[in-house]
Design a protein around this ligand. Structure first.
Ligand code: NAD
Ligand code: UDP
Length: 313
């Protein structure tokens, strides 16, 4: 198949492009390189089945080629990155999403949206099922992302209902692994870089907030299974193993043999207190569940960040 991946130079996108090429597909990737990096896809650029086009999806997509599948990943995912220009983040999730959907309609392509557990906000239901409608502050600093991703889901559903477009909606929970940007401010990259440099580990708040971390290869397999499955979703994709940030910090200190000490910083406004996916739908429908548990995934990710430091990247 011929597949378009928006945001393909980013963390998850680059793994997805590699996975699809290994499956024999032809992949074209659109990316504005806001958080994406050439190094994430440097191994693919020699491959005749891969093409990267620098492009911002808030402009209408006018590719001449025909695509069978479209994965929409274009959107910064780390809080400092999506808050850097909140209005741009909203444009990416509204104008950008409409452009992706229009292009899918023109192609008769199936199109998958990478939605997020953030649409559940600071959840009042735990763990979070797909039926939960969320608790989001529409005026807070996270709103450009949370509300942007919520309206993106609405747009996907409306194109499905109005034009019978084949859509898929994946609700992704915190994902980590190699190719994460060392400076993007997310917790796993921050803690590993701090630990490897024997710098203080910055815990926001008391560190008792929880997250559930999914290793990137598991996630990519889930995205592909959902795309090829016969249901529009939404389906949660995440690893139900739930950890406090203090537990995560201590695990990383141990795995890196670091001398780092923990330092407490102010908790950002609207930081969700807990998050854990209910994945029985993904297990039942997609026959999918994560295989790589936190310690094993952290070891691989630590190896990547050691390589980044050694090569001054
Ligand atoms: P990332 O920031 O590494 O990748 C996003 C990519 O999109 C980058 O390459 C960036 O340059 C590109 N991009 C941003 N705005 C664009 C625009 N307007 N036009 C074209 N390209 C644009 O983030 P990621 O972690 O790889 O996340 C990928 C997708 O998955 C995002 O849509 C994100 O919301 C979603 N998601 C990620 C997580 C996670 O934990 N990583 C969780 C839930 C959902
Ligand atoms: N966090 C932290 N220290 C850091 C970075 C993040 O304690 O250096 C916390 C953050 O407050 C949040 C959790 O880790 O509670 C996950 O943050 P991340 O930005 O990775 O993802 P998200 O908040 O979007 O789930």
């Amino acid at each position: 198949m011929k597949i378009l991946v928006t945001g393909g130079a980013g963390f998850i996108g680059s793994h997805l492009c590699r996975y699809l090429i290994q499956k024999g597909h032809e992949v074209v990737c659109l990316d504005n390189f806001f958080t994406g990096k050439a190094i994430n896809i440097s191994d693919l650029e020699k491959n005749s089945k891969f093409k990267i086009i620098p492009y911002d999806i808030i402009k209408p997509i006018k590719l001449k080629e025909h695509f069978d599948r479209i994965y929409n990943l274009a959107c910064p995912a780390s809080p400092p990155a999506y808050q850097f220009d909140s209005i741009k983040t909203i444009k990416t999730n509204t104008t950008g999403v409409i452009n992706v959907l229009e292009f899918a309609k023109l192609n008769g392509a199936r199109v998958l949206q990478t939605s997020t557990s953030e649409i559940y906000g600071d959840p009042l239901e735990h763990p979070q099922k797909e039926t939960y409608r969320g608790n989001v502050n529409p005026l807070g600093p996270r709103a450009c992302y949370d509300e942007g991703k919520r309206v993106a889901e609405t747009l996907f559903m409306d194109y499905h209902l109005k034009y019978n477009l084949q859509i898929r909606i994946a609700r992704i929970f915190n994902t980590y692994g190699p190719s994460m940007d060392k400076d993007d401010g997310r917790v796993v990259s921050n803690f590993i870089m701090q630990a490897l440099n024997n710098k203080p580990i910055t815990i926001y708040g008391r560190g008792n907030q929880t997250r559930s971390f999914c290793y990137v290869s598991d996630l990519v397999e889930g995205l592909h299974k959902l795309m090829e499955f016969d249901s529009i979703g939404p389906i949660n994709l995440g690893n139900p193993g739930e950890f406090t940030m203090l537990e995560l910090a201590n695990k990383i200190i141990k795995l890196t043999n670091s001398k780092s000490k923990i330092e407490y910083r102010e908790l950002p406004q609207d930081d969700p207190t807990k998050r854990k996916p209910e994945i029985s739908l993904a297990k039942r429908c997609l026959n999918w569940e994560p295989k790589i548990q936190l310690e094993e995934g952290l070891k691989k990710t630590i190896g990547y960040f050691k390589w980044i430091i050694k090569n001054n990247l």
